[in-house]
Design a protein around this ligand. Structure first.
Ligand code: G6P
Length: 653
């Protein structure tokens, strides 16, 4: 296997991420990867072909993929000319239990496993993947959505096919079977079937007809092949296989590969040969393990001093009062002539964008707007070629954010990304951007990615402010303040006992209100989101002054109200809002500065935070709110890292 620009670019990206030399790779190498975005699953894929018994390898891989969010899991093996499939609704542990927890008689050296997040058909045992064809000779696992599955199904029903699930994936299995029965070999049957499909897929097919291979294909949903010695792996995500091999081949959209234990042959869907390079994954195993913490979320909260430092390492030039961001260097002209910056994102990343709006407008004096990506993509926004659109995404794969990117690009705007996952689709399709270098974020509720996104937004702001005339003296003051943030976060993280006690006290509350003003209004939104996500307590974030237009009706002695009240220019205004809550007997939990001597008279609990420059305050103020939601969830016994109904990477519309 030799080859193309794609491969080299990936490798470079990883190296660059490792050494923090530059940010996004020049985008133009990636233009060939563009494809219309459709909705995708967020499911996980793992497969093994070689000499070993694949069952433990697949179960381990499925466990490593759990962080993606899923509602059922399954495994299929080809051995002794028969196909065995076992699948269960619920967690991978249910599947492992069903298989006899290690005492399984199931064994074979060609097999694959899947974690499914339901789209077509309820999350139950039957609809879980793998699916199979009418003869149960061909098995398939599939991330993505076959959009024209109904018309294909109607045609196959007419030909006499009988379906046993509600999934779009089963239809594809039957379509492959029908192509195979016309005298094609397995890989041709898969390619022909895919040429009839409208939709997205990362998929793996295996069959008792040709029991020495996988056929894998990708369009719009990531897929890679792990290269071993006399064995090969397939996965939707390197974390599933990195304990076995670091050598991988990334499949690109429109590619199909035949994977045997000793060989990988890649073609396009039209059977044109494609040369691929084997690349090295830099992900460390310890990075995707819990490292002694009870939950990934707690580990990730505690990593923040380091991850914030990583976000600024090699970029923040304190003595010069300036910032150097390699991935934006070629974009400076466009950024400086931009009429406005439009930030678009989803979830926590959108909250980071709202804080970014304050930073960019107030410090760099650039008009900035923030919009949910899911709204931006469909409202046909009026865009200009001198607009810069900034996409923020931890995963770099969120379907709505990616669609917003393509919408903006289609309208001629410059698109830039602030992304965590190196080489992800948003990173690759952006005109430039900045990696946040937070490392893998496994807990579904985003924590360290948020503070790293804010740090990068602060860096971009300082860089633009200086380029637009801010003095070096002022630049140095801001740069020093940014540099001091990791130590301040470390200091806040020591305060867990107080926060644990507060969580214990309010763990049975039915509702929570979070209030903040200015740049801390998005912190209120993010604090409320964290609580909702993992403790399932209803929580609302509000701009403190807006409370009197509605939420004040909810306040009584049972309502905990978290107020972010740093000693800034609007301190007195927030204090007035606190008085309004207090007058209605609300229970005030204040996030306040260490030197605030007045607040203790008004609040039932005061969580102390070191001072910083106002617009950087959110990076500190969110930390106790992350801890509060974490300890509330632990006190309530919920599944902290994999909250119900949520997924880490929402690659579905
Ligand atoms: C999901 C996750 C959130 C995340 C959001 C946006 O809802 O559970 O934690 O903030 O997607 O994801 P992104 O990867 O684009 O930042």
């Amino acid at each position: 296997m030799t080859c193309p620009a794609d491969g080299r670019a990936f490798f470079l990206l990883d190296l660059m991420a490792l050494f923090h030399l530059v940010d996004f790779q020049t985008p133009y190498e990636y233009l060939g990867h563009q494809h219309p975005q459709k909705a995708l699953h967020m499911c996980g894929i793992i497969g093994y072909i070689g000499q070993k018994n694949c069952v433990p390898i697949i179960l381990e891989g499925l466990r490593r993929l759990e962080y993606r969010g899923y509602d059922s899991a399954g495994i299929a093996l080809v051995s002794k000319d028969s196909l065995s499939v076992e699948k269960k609704a619920g967690k991978v542990s249910e599947l492992a239990k069903h298989l006899g927890n290690g005492s399984s008689t199931l064994s074979g050296s060609l097999g694959m496993g899947h974690t499914r997040w339901a789209t077509h058909g309820a999350p139950n045992d039957v609809n879980a993947h793998p699916d199979w064809d009418a003869q149960k000779k061909i098995a398939i696992i599939h991330n993505g959505i076959i959009e024209n599955y109904l018309s294909i199904k109607t045609k196959l029903l007419r030909e006499g096919h009988v379906f046993h699930t509600d999934t779009d994936t089963e239809v594809l299995a039957h379509l492959i079977q029908s192509m195979y029965e016309r005298g094609n070999d397995l890989s041709t049957a898969v390619r022909l079937a895919l040429s009839e499909v409208d939709g997205t897929y990362g998929l793996v097919v295996m069959s008792v007809h040709e029991p020495d291979k996988f056929i894998v294909a990708r369009k719009g949903s990531p897929l890679l092949i792990g290269v071993g010695d006399g064995e090969n792996y397939v996965a939707s995500d390197a974390s599933a296989i990195v304990s076995h091999t670091r050598h991988v081949v990334y499949l690109e959209d429109g590619e199909v590969a035949v994977v045997t234990k000793d060989n990988i042959e890649t073609t396009t869907i039209d059977a044109l040969k494609v040369h691929k390079t084997v690349e090295e994954v830099t992900l460390e195993l310890s990075q995707i393990e819990r490292g002694g913490y009870d939950h990934f979320m707690l580990k990730e909260i505690n990593e923040q001093p380091e991850t914030i430092r990583n976000a600024m390492r090699g970029r923040l030039l304190v003595d010069e009062g300036n910032v150097k961001l390699g991935g934006l260097q070629n974009m400076m002209g466009r950024l400086l002539s931009a009429r406005r910056i439009v930030i678009t994102a989803c979830g926590t990343s959108w909250h980071a964008g709202l804080v970014g709006e304050y930073m960019l407008e107030q410090i760099a004096k650039i008009p900035t707007e923030v919009e949910y990506a899911s709204e931006f993509r469909y409202r046909n926004p009026l865009m200009n070629i001198d607009d810069v659109v900034l996409l923020i995404s931890q995963s770099g794969e969120t379907a709505d954010t990616l669609a917003a990117l393509r919408e903006a690009k289609g309208k001629g705007s410059t698109v830039l990304g602030i992304v965590n996952v190196v080489g992800s689709t948003i990173a690759r399709e952006s005109d430039g951007g900045v990696y946040i270098h937070a490392g893998p974020e496994i807990g579904v509720a985003s924590t360290k990615a948020f503070t790293s996104q804010l740090t990068v937004l602060a860096l971009i702001t300082l860089m633009l402010a200086r380029a637009r005339g801010m003095s070096q003296e002022d630049g140095i003051v801001l740069a020093k303040e940014i540099a001091s943030l990791p130590d301040k976060v470390q200091h806040i993280l020591k305060n867990t006992d107080q926060i644990k006690a507060i969580a214990e006290k309010y763990k049975n509350a039915k509702n929570f209100l979070y209030l903040g003003r200015g740049a801390n209004f998005p912190v209120a939104l993010e604090g409320a989101l964290k609580l909702k996500e993992i403790s399932y307590i209803h929580a609302e974030g509000y701009p403190a002054a807006e409370m009197k237009h509605g939420p004040i009706a909810l306040i009584d002695e049972n309502m905990p109200v978290v107020v972010i009240v740093p000693r800034d220019g609007i301190y007195d205004k927030v204090i007035s809002n606190i008085q309004e809550v207090k007058a209605r007997k609300g229970r005030i939990i204040a996030i306040a500065n260490e030197d605030d001597t007045e607040i203790a008279n008004m609040a039932e609990h005061v969580i102390r935070i070191p001072r910083t420059y106002g617009f950087f305050g959110p990076i500190l103020n969110i930390i106790p709110l992350q801890l509060l939601s974490y300890y509330m969830a632990v006190a309530r016994g919920t599944n902290v890292d994999q909250p119900r109904n949520l997924a880490k990477s929402v690659t579905v519309e």
